[in-house]
Design a protein. Structure first.
Length: 386
């Protein structure tokens, strides 16, 4: 295991909240801009709009550039309760569980992971109230997921030392496309802005995990995570300025999966109310042993831009809904467009949430692919569910 993998560092809870709020504001602004552009272009040419979100996570306090207008960006989000961590018997077991979830969402190219609390309050302060040594399951899971999503060479700069990450060195790396190794050249790299300034130019130095820092023309404060387009020239240093782009640009231009964003929600209703996309999620799927049984080959998901798949904890989604004062008394059919049993005829009485995520994301692979193809055939127009 590499030394950087064994760094036991973490992001403070207060910083997580500041990151999430600022990220949500930026995504809403992008949503309004993208929606206006799509309306303007719809009459002459459909499908040229950009995605409505720029993803951060521990990309926190990050700056996104303007990428090119390409095919519409399609996102898949996953929501799960932080309470699944509370049942772990030790910090080591909790860390391994979080690592399983991080691997699952990376393998299946999930763009957003929402960790929600089973709380009646809808105040972000719920997360802030947890001290560094007394985190609840949601705060812990958010921290681990953010840490693992961050490329190894950025972790020391972005994460202060923290006890809750004592066992992250035991976890297998995500090995996602944006976790580029030092000897590899990539068209895009994640970086962090530095306090040091270029001597002969006006701009910002960025550590992108190579032997030399690169320069971007924008003047940014230090400690900002950015996505840098490296261009065709492999010249490092300040001679050839690089360009900051949106984290969606690698996906738009090259089809590269570029990691996931982690979002905290104080309860399940906030999963929907705090959606970063202006028009919300096109299609919302709930998974439960009480759901409808449909073969994956026969499941039809309508064309979408933003799909959400929700998972429950020990008591299932029904319990999460019952514990939320904003949803109490509501039927699952009032909340989810589809409510499915993705693993019928199970041999065990229970399926753990981390197991259900792997099972369900594999189950949804082909239906999602068909829905995305349908979106392309519809010239980028998604089917809104009511």
């Amino acid at each position: 295991m590499e030394g950087e993998e064994e760094e036991t560092q973490g992001l403070t809870t207060a910083k997580l909240i500041r990151v999430d709020v600022s990220w949500r504001r930026r995504t809403q602004e992008w949503g309004r801009e993208g929606a206006a552009r799509r309306r303007a272009e719809r009459g002459r040419r459909r499908g040229g709009g950009r995605g409505e979100a720029e993803y951060g996570g521990a990309r926190g306090m990050w700056h996104g550039g303007r990428g090119s207008a390409a095919a519409p960006v399609v996102t898949v989000s996953v929501a799960l309760p932080g309470s699944i961590i509370d049942n772990a018997q030790s910090l080591e077991m909790a860390t391994l569980l979080a690592g399983q979830i991080a691997r699952a969402v990376t393998i299946f190219r999930i763009h957003e992971v929402i960790v929600f609390d089973n709380k009646a309050s809808s105040d972000d302060a719920v997360l802030a109230e947890n001290s560094d040594n007394n985190e609840n399951g949601a705060a812990f899971l958010v921290k681990i997921l953010n840490y693992l999503e961050t490329p190894q060479y950025l972790r020391r700069s972005l994460f202060p030392m923290h006890n809750s990450l004592r066992f992250v060195g035991l976890l297998p790396p995500l090995d996602a496309p944006h976790h580029v190794r030092k000897h590899e050249w990539s068209a895009f790299r994640e970086g962090i802005t530095l306090e040091e300034r270029p001597l002969d130019f006006s701009g910002t130095l960025v550590n992108v995990g190579l032997s030399k820092n690169v320069m971007v023309e924008e003047i940014l404060e230090p400690g900002v995570r950015v996505t840098v387009a490296m261009g065709t020239s492999r010249t490092l240093g300040t001679d050839v300025p690089k360009k900051i782009v949106s984290p969606f640009t690698p996906l738009e231009e090259m089809g590269l999966y570029w990691g996931y964003k982690v979002r905290y929600a104080p309860n399940i209703s906030s999963v929907f109310k705090m959606c970063p996309f202006q028009e919300g999620y096109d299609h919302i799927v709930g998974t439960s042993e009480h759901g409808v049984i449909v073969d994956s080959s026969e499941l039809v998901i309508p064309a979408f831009r933003h799909l959400l798949i929700a998972f429950g904890g020990l008591g299932g989604l029904e319990e999460c809904i019952e514990e939320d004062s904003d949803m109490k008394g509501k039927n699952v059919s009032e909340i989810f467009h589809s409510y499915l049993n993705t693993c019928p005829h199970q041999g065990s009485r229970t399926i753990r949430t981390e197991e259900a995520i792997f099972i369900s994301l594999q189950y949804f692979q082909e239906p999602i692919k068909r829905a995305v193809n349908s979106l392309k055939h519809n010239n980028g127009v998604s089917c809104r569910c009511t």
